[in-house]
Design a protein around this ligand. Structure first.
Ligand code: DHE
Length: 498
């Protein structure tokens, strides 16, 4: 058959599709058009999570329909009710709950094969630049998947380099601040030598990853995955694989990982599981990394720690109460009043009236909750312009800065709210670029300057004098999702994320 007849044959075959086959074609077309760019053509995840029954165990179908129609709070997921009919949305939901014909495998063999070592041997132990190596910022620019090393005294970029696709979570530093480790949503872990401005090694630890942690002794990296359901321990030196730990409860029920953190005073990593009510403490100082399982009352979707790492403060996304777990006894010691959807991962702490307090922004409600960390009672719910996402402060500044990033209202998305840590009152509202989304703050090592992101492709870092609140400088950046001061991160400043 010549090409002309073959083409005509294909068109006619298309016209003669049965109604069932046509419906399949429509849902696949809709998935490709509206979902694939974030969730991956094969539903394995990208900037958005994997859409597979294995990862949707906690999302009921009516809720999934609502999510596609109206979008999802606290995520980049938009609503599609203006583009898709009710039937088309239902067909997409059916699709995402359908198992893949063959689940991709990402185990030890695949991880080892993916390992790339860019640098062999040791590089000089002295920075190739003159800026203070402890007052550098690592700025993640998700707009075009780059990172910038920024001089924190002159506010001048030193080096800009490509990263893996869609980094997520804060980059993590070696204890001396020389190396920075990045994790991407599609599973890549990269190690970058800041002194020599070179990527040292990379490895793909999973298909769809949550975040990474670096042990307090700088020897081990832990990656937590959504897909497959696993934790992956890596040698921090060269990112070679130590071992893969499947994340399952005692009965074999497997789970995604909500997040992983290191708890230096305990010599351990803490991981929480998302589909099983357990938190795990994994010792990095003992042989073979023994796991201690802690049963918790509700899922831990989001959590953080007090400064001593004695307590874990966590909450389920749809929970009414936060849980305080004593990591020594493994027991629930308090439940705290956290309405809406607290974003505990962005929580910070400070001293208020002689008591340590914690504060968390809220992804759903326009408020910041301040909780006494001795009595676990609410000290105040501070009204903000709109629901926020990130929060930061510093030991040397009286203000805690928070954004309105989770608000649907442009009039609060462009504003930074400054809360006076001494009075718990809103002290100032700043609008760095009216009409443009402002988010995520980080301070210089001395706390004198605050750097705010303008979260746009033609965005910027806006540098403020943290005392006078005068703008000092504006640096163009491509969607700077976050910036991390080396000193504040390696000293675990109370004002920064863990
Ligand atoms: Fe994040 C940190 C979870 C959506 C940007 N985010 C974290 C951490 C967790 C988390 C557990 C702390 C880990 C760490 O730093 O190692 N994030 C989640 C979610 O569950 C959520 C709501 C849904 C999801 O899709 O995963 C979510 N996060 C987003 C976004 O939509 C953001 C705004 C854009 C993006 O890049 O995906 C986003 N998350 C960030 C950033 C940090 C982060 C920039 C690090 C903040 C810091 O200062 O440390």
């Amino acid at each position: 058959m010549n090409a002309k007849w073959l083409g005509l044959g294909m068109i006619l075959a298309g016209l003669w599709l049965s109604p069932g086959a046509q419906a399949v074609q429509t849902v696949e077309k809709n998935y490709a058009e509206h979902c694939a760019s974030c969730h991956g053509a094969e539903r394995l995840g990208g900037t958005g999570p994997a859409l597979l029954p294995e990862n949707l165990a906690r999302l009921r179908r009516p809720e999934a329909i609502k999510t596609i129609a109206q979008g999802r709070t606290a995520t980049q997921m938009a609503g599609f009710s203006d583009k898709l009919t009710k039937e088309e949305i239902e067909a997409l939901v059916k699709l995402v709950y359908t198992p893949l014909p063959k689940m991709p495998v990402w185990g030890a063999d695949e991880i080892i094969t993916s390992h790339i070592q860019h640098v062999f041997g040791t590089l000089p132990d002295k920075p190739v630049f003159s800026a203070d190596p402890l007052n550098l910022f690592v700025v993640v620019e998700v707009g075009d998947h780059h990172a910038t090393i920024l001089d924190g005294d002159k506010f001048e970029p030193i080096f800009r380099f490509p990263t893996r696709y869609a980094l997520h979570g804060g980059p993590k530093f070696s204890p001396d601040g020389r190396f920075v480790y990045f994790g991407s949503r599609d599973g890549w872990v990269s190690k970058f030598d800041i002194y020599n401005l070179k990527t040292v090694a990379e490895v793909r630890a999973g298909i769809n990853m949550r975040n990474i942690a670096v042990s307090g002794d700088g020897k081990t990296v832990l990656a937590g995955n959504y897909l497959p359901h696993s934790l992956v321990l890596l040698n921090a030196e060269d990112l070679s694989l130590i071992k893969v730990i499947p994340t399952e409860d005692g009965s074999g029920k497997s789970s995604r990982v909500s997040a992983v953190y290191q708890a230096e005073p305990r010599g351990s990593f803490i991981a929480a599981l998302k589909d099983v009510k357990e938190a795990w403490e994994i010792s990095y100082t003992e042989k073979d990394f023994p796991i201690r399982r802690i049963q918790v009352k509700d899922y831990l979707d989001d959590f953080f720690f007090d400064q001593s790492y004695r307590h874990l403060i966590g909450a389920a996304r749809d929970g009414k109460k936060g849980q305080v777990i004593d990591l020594d006894s493994g027991k629930l010691v308090a439940e705290i009043d956290l309405p809406g959807m607290p974003h505990l991962g962005s929580g910070i702490t400070w001293e208020y009236n002689g008591h340590p307090v914690m504060a968390t922004p809220n992804l759903k409600e326009a408020l910041v909750s301040v909780i006494d960390m001795q009595t676990w009672q609410t000290v105040k719910q501070i009204k903000t312009l709109g629901p926020g996402f990130f929060m930061r402060s510093h030991e040397n500044t009286p203000y805690a800065w928070t954004d309105g990033f989770s608000s649907g209202d442009p009039a609060s998305r462009d504003a930074m709210t400054l809360i006076d840590k001494r009075t718990l009152e809103v002290a100032h509202i700043l609008r760095p670029m009216p009409g443009k989304t402002a988010a995520h703050v980080e301070f210089t090592r001395d706390g004198k300057y605050a750097l705010v992101s303008i979260w746009e492709n033609d965005g910027a870092l806006v540098v403020y004098d943290a005392a006078t609140l005068k703008e000092i400088k504006r640096l163009p950046m491509n969607k700077p999702s976050g910036k991390y001061n080396v000193y504040n991160k390696i000293t675990h400043s109370a004002g920064t994320s863990h």
